[in-house]
Design a protein around this ligand. Sequence first.
Ligand code: DQA
Length: 144
Amino acid sequence: MKVLVLNGPNLGRLDLRDSNVYGDMNFAALSAYIIEEGKKLDLECDVRQSDSEVEIIGWLHEAADQKLPVIINPAAFTHYSYAIRDAADMVKSILIEVHLSNPLSREEFRHTSVISGVADGTIGGFGPDSYRLALIALRKMLSK
Ligand code: DQA
């Protein structure tokens, strides 16, 4: 089963971000980790990253059209992109929101997610393991 693992702005530059918040894995290593963890669960992860809202919306349309499950870290778009929310709402397969950090323990503007309301669930605060936990949850939901 193919899964789209979508990542929003600045996640492609994880190695340059605050390592106290985001750890020390760069995006290439994170992608490889997600792909490996997916394989263990018989999930084929197509990991993508974009700084462009338009491109992410296009990928969500693709998931909606092809009925693909999605794991998405919308990054800063989490907090204000109604356009991504509306696109995520069209995904009728499973959609799980993930975050490396725990946005609720950070600045107040990060306490709002406009995506959570259209996601099946949200996992944050576990670093790269947030993606692994999302894959496990997805696998269970698909087997139901
Ligand atoms: C993030 C949290 C967001 O608040 C932030 O803008 C990001 C990354 C996370 O994975 O912890 O870019 O989504």
